[in-house]
Design a protein around this ligand. Structure first.
Ligand code: ADP
Length: 259
């Protein structure tokens, strides 16, 4: 199957006090549609920078990001903005819902920005919110919703334009574990059912069981990619696992330095 997302030798360098910081240092990987990936690593390892580059919000110093055969870096700014609106969905840690719009209007706003708001779009927005367990909350304003509900509206908003790529920066950061599991489980089912590529930054190893792959960054470099489901299950439940691969244990230690 053709890759839907290819990151090739991505480098991002920041000048700092006469020196340079390599925030992302030669990262390459390829993902297919239908994959949800956890992006993990200690604080300062480059996750946010890489996510912003994948989103086309930040230009890499070198390297390329190819989404569905199109190279983000080769696009002019206006073209990239249009591509982003159509092909890439985001959710951020703070969900950035528009406070005076209802849950349904927040989702529909993404259709309006693409001039694609019509009866079919509204139906899709309602179906998506229902799929996320929010069918009774269409008309609620963000402040009337719980943290978990707001996060689910943000996920609906990221998916409404049927993007090729969905990027989520710690979508469960402000949720209790039960809500976090529900949000990630739903995100995983939607990515699988709708054949999207999903990338989620997370600090919570228990959530990786719902993902198909874990990409670990260390000091801006790709440290490893873990994909067999057995290893992901081990990672999520180390106490219950009798056969934890040693490199997975090393991976855990790497994470303990975080924050
Ligand atoms: P993470 O999201 O994993 O915590 P970041 O991508 O935020 O990592 O940061 C990676 C490295 O790049 C860190 O050393 C950070 O200090 C540095 N960095 C990030 N953004 C900037 C910037 N705008 N200017 C200078 N250094 C930056």
């Amino acid at each position: 199957m053709a890759l839907s997302l290819e990151a090739q030798s991505v480098v991002k360098v920041y000048p700092v006090d006469g020196n340079v910081v390599k925030a992302v240092d030669g990262v390459s990987f390829g993902l297919q549609r239908g994959e949800l990936v956890a992006l993990v690593g200690p604080s300062g390892s480059g996750k946010t920078t890489l996510l912003a580059i994948l989103a086309g919000l930040l230009s890499p110093t070198s390297g390329s990001i190819v989404i569905d055969g199109q190279d983000l870096a080769r696009m002019k700014e206006a073209e990239r903005a249009r591509f982003r609106r159509r092909k890439i969905g985001f959710t951020f840690q703070t969900n950035n819902l528009v406070s005076y719009l209802t849950a349904l209007e927040n989702v529909e706003l993404m259709l309006r920005l693409n001039r694609e708001f019509n009866a079919a779009g509204r139906k899709r927005a309602k179906e998506l919110l229902a799929r996320l367990g929010l069918e009774k909350r269409w008309h609620a304003l963000p402040r009337q919703l719980s943290g978990g509900e707001q996060q689910r509206v943000a996920i609906a908003r990221a998916l409404i334009n049927q993007p090729a790529l969905v990027l989520a920066d710690e979508p469960t950061a402000n949720l209790d574990s039960e809500r976090a599991f529900q949000v990630v489980q739903t995100l995983a089912s939607l990515v699988h059912e709708q054949n999207r590529v999903g990338i989620m930054v997370t600090h919570d190893l228990r959530l990786v069981e719902y993902t198909d792959k874990v990409i670990q960054l260390l000091d801006g470099r790709l440290a490893r990619i873990i994909s067999p489901q057995d290893d992901l299950t081990c990672l999520a439940n180390p106490a219950e696992c009798t056969m934890i691969p040693t490199d997975v244990l090393g991976f855990e230690e790497g994470l303990q330095n975080d924050n």
